[in-house]
Each structure stands twice: as structure tokens, then as C-alpha cells.
Design a protein around this ligand. Structure first.
Ligand code: SF4
Ligand code: SF4
Length: 320
């Protein structure tokens, strides 16, 4: 039996909704097939009040082994470092986190707010929000750079707004079955198995990207969303087009640009008007290019691509 405790800080519950929709494996599979025992979860836990406090203290005092602590939402430190803007079970949530993180074998941060601070940590960040071990791209966060869980790992970061449901359940399974050491983490402590490739990897619009055939409107099935609609697929590490959402689709497949939600800088440009769903350009060249490409090569490539575009690239090839 592997005990999992899931707590929420400053959160919208989006990652809980995502988790409850997991398919491979489902939450029921976790319990029935993989020996996961959900000690408590904000939407599933039965204990309230004094009973919940007792459960938390029993984890801290070692009466109940805490195998996996999952955290969703940012860590609120305001006002003045007290954390009292986010109280839970009669204490600041950050105090529960301080104690529970010392006894947990593994700590998993789920979603952008828990990993990097997310939207609550946007300037001017009045709630003094941070992620568990990062604040945006800067390592440290609430627990500090040196933090390691009892199993010797840093906080395992599963970002996204929300994180894909199967990223969450598959990492819980890897821990529960003793296979987490097979999974390498990147420099942001994200499991590489989900975050080494790009959103663009597996996108059905790659052929349109190559020929610089642009999409003009949301929801269009032809064209690529990079050139006009601000798609961040070539710059975003995610597996959204390899492990599809609801097993059938992804943002870009549905005609919606990738917003780069698995990167610490999300939301980009602090959501300033005119910066969302709009490719930012200088003299017609996008300010941000696909990872690894320089401006000169990009300009050359796109001139050639535009000239070489076959007629079919301007058509909707996904007919029914
Ligand atoms: S729509 Fe986005 S992810 Fe898909 S090919 Fe174009 S830039 Fe890449
Ligand atoms: S397609 Fe982009 S914005 Fe959408 S969930 Fe994936 S990484 Fe996030």
C-alpha cells in the first residue's frame, strides 16, 4: 500500500479536475491495481475538522507513513511571510507543507502554480506566491534549492495549466511500483519522458509549418498556428501531441494555439493586450523562434518554403 496525501494551496482545482479525468491509468486503477491509498484529497477526502488535523499530525509524527505528498496550487507566503492568507485545517498551509515535506518519501508538484508559482505569482504577486522548489525559472521556491524528499529526490515537477491527467497518474504509478528511478528529470525537475519533446512533436500541422502555410482563424483544420496566431508549440516542452487529451485531441489539433503552459514563463508577456494569440514579430520575423533556430536561417528557410509550397498545403486535407 502506498499512501498518497494531496493538498491544495492557491489553486483553481484545475489539476484535480484533470486528475479525476485520467484514463491511462484512471484514478480507480491507481487504487484497485497499483496499491495507491488516497489518505486525503480535497475532493475525495472524507475527514473534516479535527479528524483531518489528526490525520495530518499522524503523518508528521510518523504514525502514518507518508509515501507521496502531492501539492496543487501555489504556496502563499503573504502577509509578511506568515502565510495566513491561505489557512487550512487551522494553520497556514505553508506550515503544513514545511512539516509534511520533511516526512514524505516523494513530493510531487502538480500544475504550474505548484511547480513555478503560476498565475498567482505574476507581478506584482500580492499573495507572495511561489512554487514548491522554483519561482518561475529560478530554483529555490518555498522549499529551497537543497530540498530533497526522504527518497533523495527533489520535488518532481509536473507542470501544465492544468497538467495532463495521464502525466499525473503515470508518475504516481512509477513511484508506487518502484520504477521512478528509471525516469530522468530535466533541469527543471520535469520527467523527461513527458517534457523532452515539444508540443509540436506529433502535431498534425507540422507539414503546414514546414511550408509556412498559416492558419487565419481559430478552429481551422488547415494551416499552422505559428505564423499569425502565436502558437508556442515549437518552443514548449510537452507531450500534448503524443499523449492526446481525452485520447483524441490536443489544442493544436483542434485549431487552438499552444500557450506554452508547461514552461515557467507562462503566462507569457504577463498577458499584456495584443500579446496573446498573436505572433510577436520584428520586420515580419517572429521575435521567438523554434528552439535551436537562428533568425538568419529562419528567414532563408521561410523564403524557400513559401516558394515551394504545393497547392494542397493551402487546402483542408482532413476531410471526412
Ligand atoms: S500548430 Fe503549433 S505545434 Fe502545430 S505545427 Fe504549427 S507551430 Fe507547431
Ligand atoms: S498544447 Fe501547449 S498550452 Fe495546451 S496543454 Fe499542451 S503545453 Fe499547455
Amino acid at each position: 500500500m502506498v499512501n498518497v496525501l494531496w493538498l491544495q494551496g492557491a489553486a483553481c482545482s484545475g489539476n484535480t479536475m484533470s486528475f479525476l479525468n485520467a484514463e491511462e491509468p484512471t484514478v480507480c486503477d491507481l487504487i484497485a491495481d497499483f496499491g495507491i491509498n488516497v489518505l486525503w484529497h480535497p475532493s475525495l477526502g472524507l475527514e473534516l475538522g479535527a479528524n483531518l488535523q489528526k490525520l495530518l499530525w499522524d503523518c508528521i509524527n510518523g504514525k502514518i507513513p507518508l509515501d507521496i505528498l502531492v501539492f496543487e496550487g501555489s504556496v502563499v507566503q503573504a502577509p509578511n511571510g506568515t502565510g495566513t492568507w491561505n489557512r487550512f485545517a487551522d494553520r497556514p498551509m505553508k506550515d503544513w507543507l514545511t512539516d509534511l515535506s520533511q516526512v514524505a518519501s516523494f513530493v510531487v508538484a502538480v500544475g504550474d502554480c505548484a511547480t513555478w508559482g503560476g498565475i498567482p505569482a505574476m507581478e506584482p504577486n500580492p499573495s507572495d506566491s511561489t512554487g514548491l522548489q522554483f519561482l518561475k525559472r529560478k530554483e529555490g521556491g518555498f522549499l529551497g534549492t537543497e530540498y530533497r524528499s526522504k527518497a533523495g529526490l527533489p520535488v518532481i515537477n509536473i507542470p501544465g495549466c492544468p497538467a495532463h491527467p495521464d502525466w499525473i497518474t503515470q508518475i504516481l504509478v512509477a513511484i508506487a511500483t518502484g520504477r521512478i528511478s528509471d525516469i530522468a528529470l530535466d533541469e527543471l525537475n520535469r520527467p523527461q519522458t513527458f517534457f523532452k519533446s515539444f508540443t509540436q512533436t506529433g502535431c498534425t500541422r507540422n507539414v503546414h509549418f514546414a511550408y509556412k502555410a498559416s492558419t487565419a482563424e481559430f478552429g481551422q483544420r488547415k494551416g499552422c498556428l505559428f505564423y499569425d496566431l502565436g502558437c508556442r508549440g515549437p518552443m514548449t516542452h510537452s507531450s500534448c501531441n503524443r499523449i492526446l487529451w481525452n485520447r483524441v485531441s490536443s489544442k493544436t489539433r483542434a485549431g487552438m494555439p499552444c500557450l506554452g503552459c508547461t514552461e515557467p514563463e507562462f503566462p507569457f508577456h504577463d498577458l499584456k493586450p495584443g500579446t496573446v494569440f498573436k505572433t510577436q514579430t520584428v520586420l515580419g520575423v517572429p521575435k521567438e523562434l523554434p528552439v535551436g533556430m537562428n533568425k538568419k536561417d529562419y528567414a532563408l528557410l521561410t523564403i524557400v518554403a513559401k516558394d515551394a509550397t504545393p497547392k494542397w498545403a493551402e487546402e483542408d486535407i482532413f476531410t471526412v
